[in-house]
Each structure stands twice: as C-alpha cells, then as structure tokens.
Design a protein around this ligand. Structure first.
Ligand code: ADP
Ligand code: MG
Length: 255
C-alpha cells in the first residue's frame, strides 16, 4: 500500500534522514517511534508528498508520490492551526469532501458518521474555538476519517493534550482503525503509546535517522488502557523499545 524505500532527506548541510525504508500493507496500523528531532515529521511530510526527499522513493498503491495524493489524509500535532476558526465543526469536516466533489447527501452521511465515531455528533454546530483541545483534535480526526482515505498519516497528534484525553484518543484511533479498516502510519516519540497502539512498531534511531528495528506487537487486538498496560508482555515490549532507543543514541554517526 505505502512503500517508503531508501528515503534520504537533508536540509542543506543538515542530514535529517539517512536511510529509511518502511512498507505498510493494506489495513495495517504501524507506529513509528523515535526520539525528538530524529526526523519523524520530515519522514511523514515526504510520505505525504509535502516535501521532496533528497533520495529514495515513496509510492502509494504502486504510484510514485510527488504531490499530496488524493487518497491520503494527514493529522498533524497542531490541531488548533489545522481547523478553520470561522467554520463550524460540521463545515470543517465537510470541507475536504466538497473539494473532492462528493455529492451533498453523501457528504452529510459521511460527516455524521465521522462525528459520531469521534463522539461529537452533537457538536456539529459549534465553532472549533468553543471546544477543548482534545475535542478539537477529535474534529481533525473526524475530518480525516470522513474523507475516507486509504492511508492516514498521523504526526504526534496527541502530544499537546492532557494524559486522560490522550488515553481516550488512543482508544479512538484503535476503534476507528477497526471500524474503517484504514491503513495508518502513526508517528510518536512516546514509547508506551507506540506499543499500545501499534500492530507493528518501527523504531528509529536519532538523527541522521535509520531504522533501528521493526517488530510485531503480539498483544491481543482488543486493547484496554488498564489490562493492556498492565500486561507483562506490554511491559516487556516497552522496555525493549526503550533499550533500542538508548542503543540508537549511543550509535556513533558515520562522518
Ligand atoms: P521530529 O519530528 O522527529 O522531531 P523533524 O523531522 O522535525 O524531527 O526534524 C529532524 C531534523 O531536521 C532536526 O534536526 C531538525 O532540526 C531538522 N529540520 C527539520 N525541518 C527543517 C527545516 N525546514 N530546515 C532545516 N532543518 C530542519
Ligand atoms: Mg515532529
């Protein structure tokens, strides 16, 4: 579905990504975890066709990605800036569907379904600034879901919300993934979050970034904030990722 191959990205003299290959099959939920500044946003922007890589390729469904593909949606960390304050929640969610020229009846159905999925069915007429940060991020998620992308890219979407809201939003992502079967690449610097959410986790090294390790999260598909997080296997995987990231930091970068 999404194939990132031998990706390299330098900002002038700054080498951000040295060599990253990531491959997502249809309907996969993969978490990409790495330390702050390791190039996660850079990688996601390259995958979304928002930034051209210095080397390597990105393909979506076999097609090279050079500009943002129509069947891909991105949710960024700065939800506040991604919503239009002068449009209601409903209009915000509907906007990309209008641009996609989806017929009015179908638009209404998709918006309703997405707002219900994120628990905001009764807030459609509110304006983003009337909602809490966590609710605004749910609007951004609803907008991405209503768009019915084949691939959803998420860049640390919960970094700016409180811990309780974050836990709710994590469960929301899992339920949306199960309900809509969308392929998700979820980027985070949070080790627990990566293990809790992912079916597979890709650990990135510090910058200049390479893939440190990829592993399957062999936890039951029905995850729960209490039982999953206290599962000995969860603790084991989390410690494993932590050790990997520490090891990656020790790695002496090639000159
Ligand atoms: P992350 O999202 O993992 O925190 P980024 O992708 O934002 O990392 O950044 C990776 C590296 O690239 C960092 O060293 C950062 O300073 C650098 N970088 C990011 N964007 C730019 C830019 N527009 N110009 C120059 N350097 C940049
Ligand atoms: Mg980032």
């Amino acid at each position: 579905m999404l194939e990132i191959s031998g990706l390299r990205k330098a900002y002038g003299p700054v080498e951000a990504i040295r060599d990253v290959s990531v491959s997502l099959t249809d309907g996969e939920l993969v978490c990409l975890v790495g330390p702050s500044g390791c190039g996660k946003t850079t990688l996601l922007k390259c995958a979304a066709g928002l930034l051209s890589p210095t080397g390597g390729t990105v393909t979506l469904g076999g097609e090279p990605v050079t500009t943002p593909p129509a069947d891909l949606a991105v949710v960024f960390q700065e939800y506040g800036r991604s919503l239009f304050p002068w449009l209601t929640v409903r209009r915000n969610v509907e906007l990309p569907l209008r641009e996609k020229k989806v017929a009015r009846g179908e638009r209404a159905r998709l918006v309703d379904e997405a707002l219900t999925a994120v628990g905001l069915a009764d807030r459609g007429d509110a304006y983003p600034w009337q909602l809490s940060g966590g609710m605004q991020q749910r609007v951004a998620i609803a907008r991405a879901v209503a768009y019915q992308p084949t691939v959803l890219l998420m860049d640390e979407p919960f970094a700016a919300v409180d811990a309780q809201t974050r836990a709710d939003l994590e469960d929301l992502i899992r339920s949306i993934w199960q309900k809509f079967g969308v392929t998700i690449l979820f980027v985070t610097h949070d080790i627990d979050e990566a293990v809790y959410l992912g079916e597979r986790v890709i650990v990135l090294s510090g910058s200049p970034t390479v893939v440190q390790e990829t592993f399957t999260v062999d936890l039951p598909p029905e995850r729960d904030q209490l039982t999953t997080r206290s599962d000995p296997r969860f603790t084991e995987l989390r410690s494993h990722v932590y050790a990997q990231i520490q090891a990656a930091k020790q790695r002496v970068p090639a000159p």
